[in-house]
Design a protein around this ligand. Sequence first.
Ligand code: FES
Ligand SMILES: [Fe+2]
Length: 432
Amino acid sequence: MATYNKDALRALIKSDRVHRDYYLNPEIFELEMERIFKRSWLCIGHESQVPEPFDFVTTTLAGQPVIMSRDREGEMHVMFNRCTHRGAQICTRPSGNATRFECPYHGWTFHADGAHAGAPYPDRYAPGFIKEGNFDLAKPRMAIYRGFVFANLSEDGPDLEEFLGPMLGHIDHMVDRAPDSEVEACAGMFRYRFDANWKIQLENLNDLYHPMFTHASTTSEDGTQFRRQGAEGDEAGKVKLLKENASLNMQWEDQLIAGHRYGHTYMQSFPVDKGNSGPVYERYKAAMEERYGDRAEEAMTGKYHNSIFFPQWSIQYLTQHIRIMNPISVDCTENIIIPLKLKGAPEEMWKAALLSNNNSHSPAGMVMADDMEAWTRCQDGMQAQGHDWIIFARALGEEKIDNKGSFEALGTSEANARHQHKAWLHYMCGEA
Ligand code: FES
Ligand SMILES: [Fe+2]
């Protein structure tokens, strides 16, 4: 029932608006899985989630179950969580340590590197039917960059470094803020779903038009939420952003919003990201100077607030987390929020980052609950007839676009979403 040929896809995207079917139509969702998610480098997580030999975590890759594991020698593997006998998932635990995976159905076993270890009572198979290698777990293409683990369901297409291009520097910026030049995912994760299309969240992360309204009760000192959060006692100054959100509305029009080829976008850091003070900060500064010398100040100076790696994950620098955004269906998305510890930085900073993540990005976190309410309202409201178009006309034409596919815009412009819409069309028409 391929009713969406290239002309029909192009008809959904106009320079200043997109058709509501972009978010609502299950056929579009199926095509997105084929043409975007099965052809992009997707973030699985961070290798520090499996620090020891035989550690593993299970997750999904464009809806397909996968295991990220470390073998006896410490090598990383990403493999499909699918028994090569009759297809059962071999592991359903979210994480753990296992020298072997045993399928619960008929007991076939697999090593931590995915190699088939054996099938019970093999003599009833024809001689030579089960031989070394022919029933190993299948694996997608995998790449690791500075500890972040990626996989790609397509055998061809750009390698990770070409796909991320200038966005590699955004990963470096996160990792280089650690005095040991390493980050660590050692506090677990938040994992939850909301009832809205994946693209609504992606359009929102660098949307400066919404915070003063969506987050009014969280960010305003008169708001009911702000009084409950205890921001004043936070020496590392993380959650005070919530307060500053309210007072900086007009300054936001000077914030840089920009992006690169393949649909990636980012937002410049807020003033609150840039400076800090106090005894904890001084210890951090000393550790950075010892590690980086003259380059310490540059590494510590915030460049970005939020970087979105199209189509599926982001780094938020202020609260120090990555967010993996897995589409579940046309109207449901899973978020995995993984806080990152800056190795070598004072412990107090890590505690403040975790507190800040709890406050803002847990399922009931103040910022997140506001946003999820707005996104699900969009998904529900778009069901109404009478207006078929979703409007992205703000500051249209003011953005600077170069011939390499990058753009720059300011403040509450909706240029970031327009950039994603163009990238979406390229992928969907096979032109990315
Ligand atoms: S399905 Fe796994 S052993 Fe049969
Ligand atoms: Fe928001």
